[in-house]
Design a protein around this ligand. Sequence first.
Ligand SMILES: [Zn+2]
Length: 257
Amino acid sequence: MNDGALEPVVVENPDGVGPVVIVCDHASNRIPAEYASFGFAEDALQTHIAWDPGALAVARLLSAELDAPLIWPDVSRLVIDCNRAADVASLIVTESEGRPVPANRDLSDEERKRRLDTIHGAYHAAIEVCLAQRRASHLPTMLIAIHSYTPVFLGKARPWQVGIVFDDDRRLADHLLSGLEADPALTVGTNEPYSPADNVYYTVARHARPRDLPAAMIEIRNDEIGDEAGQQRWATRLAKILLAPAPGSRPARHAMV
Ligand SMILES: [Zn+2]
């Protein structure tokens, strides 16, 4: 997707001083040349099992609106899922939604370690560097992850246009939920279509918990962000909520230390 063919991790606007850092775990459907020989099926790469369509575009627009650093792995989740712990089966899938991923069968420990080091490890190291620099600069930080999901999953329609996923730290989630729920046109999922129990909260938990950063995952149904107009609409909507003062508090950029 980007021309830096050998670069598995992209950091955009690293010196942004807005109150948010954005991560986009499933931004890319790229298979780096060094993995092409594994034989990832081209048609699978065009579907949501390979990436989160529309998520990177929204994340970039939001990064521009908020002056936020944006960090993403430029590698398909079919090679390795950067939003999974190293010890869960869905880190490197051998099937996704009933579709086999033969390229990942019978992986050697060595190959698994290579992917963990060069992609997963490099991505999380980049997030750590960004957050450490901000702390050193005394920049208050909220961490958000932008994802998208398919409107129909295993034959079942998903009614929410957006879902906020969070654990027991509700500081940012409650703010996002109330902002989104104020729009009567939206059906908002609370820990839908996924929740941390589904192992999907890895990146946010890994980086936000130890630093006590307000954090949440924002999941947008991908038919909402299939074109530029939809992507811009969502970026503007989210930026407005993220910058709005929480009720009864100082402005979010100062309150969310
Ligand atoms: Zn995702």
